[in-house]
Design a protein around this ligand. Structure first.
Ligand SMILES: NC(=O)c1ccc[n+]([C@@H]2O[C@H](COP(=O)([O-])OP(=O)(O)OC[C@H]3O[C@@H](n4cnc5c(N)ncnc54)[C@H](OP(=O)(O)O)[C@@H]3O)[C@@H](O)[C@H]2O)c1
Length: 335
């Protein structure tokens, strides 16, 4: 495993992080013991960065991570936690955001308890709360840092202006945001802003939620988030899977899998753009984790990078990355 500092202000983390969301939410049923075995396998192979959210399965995901970390050295892992999304008891019910300072203190109290830890490494609002100045939210997390409950501040899916406002209150370790061969919007303004301010990026959706993993098929199960995601629908799906087949041809020539080339592309693009980017992979099984970690041995040459981008040019994907209703309140979409 390789390690790198997350931006100029963040901790030293593994070159790939594990996102645990799908072990509790969004992607249909998951196997609890396999999920824990996957977290253990990741830690055993040197992964240090685990990403969760207090709303993933309404606390289920934090309790799962807490259970997996029992008996492990606390310093062996960096736990990244998102807060602020408001859930309801109905299936898939979301009711906006709350990032008021008092809410931040409330959320973290529960997260610490569920995770079974006395501090969180990187704490971040999951989305910008339109009713609360970001400076207030940052100030509340900065207070938690002073009190020892948090080590670093992160952001998630916010645009350049918000990033600047947040960093004016406290150094930001990383921005968590979607970035992949088929989601390159951040290259316009957000990534240059992060580079300028020394903020790292933890990239999610690197496999576009499985769509560009090489394992997704037209008739794969869609009774989850992916059933509502535009890129997985009808003619969009046909266009996108045709891109995956082009990628498969390039991957086969290199003797690697589609998922590995998609992850290696993000790592290689980080170097090209002189940015600090750590892919967060959403593996929830050990075989998927092993495949993903295999990407760390793939070194793409400039010629190979160009060949990949000829197979999947920027903006080639059909359909938006989220349903319209969700995109409408994503601050990052305004950059
Ligand atoms: N900040 C935010 O707004 C935000 C949003 C979303 C996610 N995240 C974070 O980012 C993490 C990863 O994001 P993501 O879930 O969008 O990730 P992803 O890595 O793009 O997709 C993960 C899905 O791809 C499929 N897959 C196929 N081959 C795989 C392989 N070799 N390795 C891993 N997965 C493979 C799996 O689906 P099956 O298991 O169904 O086969 C898996 O659930 C999440 O766990 C979460 O912590 C953050």
């Amino acid at each position: 495993m390789n390690y790198q500092q997350l931006g100029s202000h963040g901790p030293k983390v593994s070159a790939i992080g594990l996102g645990t969301m799908g072990m509790s939410d969004m992607y249909g049923p998951a196997d609890r013991s396999e999920s824990i075995a996957t977290i253990h396998a990741a830690l055993d192979q040197g992964v240090t960065l685990l990403d969760t959210g207090d709303f993933y399965g309404m606390g289920h995901n934090e309790m799962l991570v807490g259970e997996a970390l029992k008996g492990r050295k606390r310093e062996q892992v960096q736990i990244s936690v998102k807060f602020g999304a408001l859930r309801g008891p109905g299936p898939g019910e979301f009711n906006g955001y709350d990032s008021r300072p008092a809410a931040v203190r409330n959320f973290i109290a529960y997260s610490l308890k569920r995770l079974g830890v006395d501090y969180i490494d990187i704490y971040r609002p999951s989305r910008l709360d339109p009713n609360v100045p970001v400076e207030d939210t940052m100030g509340a997390i900065a207070d938690l840092i002073k009190q020892g409950y948090v080590r670093y501040i992160g952001l998630s899916e916010v645009g350049a202006m918000t990033i600047r406002r947040a960093q004016s209150v406290h150094a930001i370790a990383d921005l968590q945001i979607e970035y992949s061969l088929i989601s390159r919007g951040i290259e316009r303004e957000i990534l240059p802003t992060c580079r300028e301010l020394g903020i790292g990026i933890t990239a999610y959706g690197v496999l576009s939620r499985g769509l560009i993993s090489g394992h997704w098929q037209k008739n794969s199960e869609k009774g989850d988030f992916r059933g509502r995601a535009p890129r997985f629908q009808g003619a969009n799906l046909d266009t996108n899977l045709a891109l995956v087949e082009k990628l498969r041809t390039v991957a086969s020539k290199m003797g690697v899998s589609v998922a590995q080339i998609a992850i290696a592309w993000v790592i290689a693009r980080a170097a090209v753009q002189e940015a600090s980017i750590v892919p967060l992979i959403g593996a929830r099984r050990r075989d998927r984790l092993a495949e993903s970690l295999g990407a760390l041995s793939v070194r793409l040459t400039p010629e190979q990078l160009a060949e990949i981008e000829r197979a999947v040019p920027p903006d080639a994907a059909a359909g938006a990355r989220y349903p319209d209703a969700q995109l409408a309140h994503m601050d990052s979409e305004r950059s």
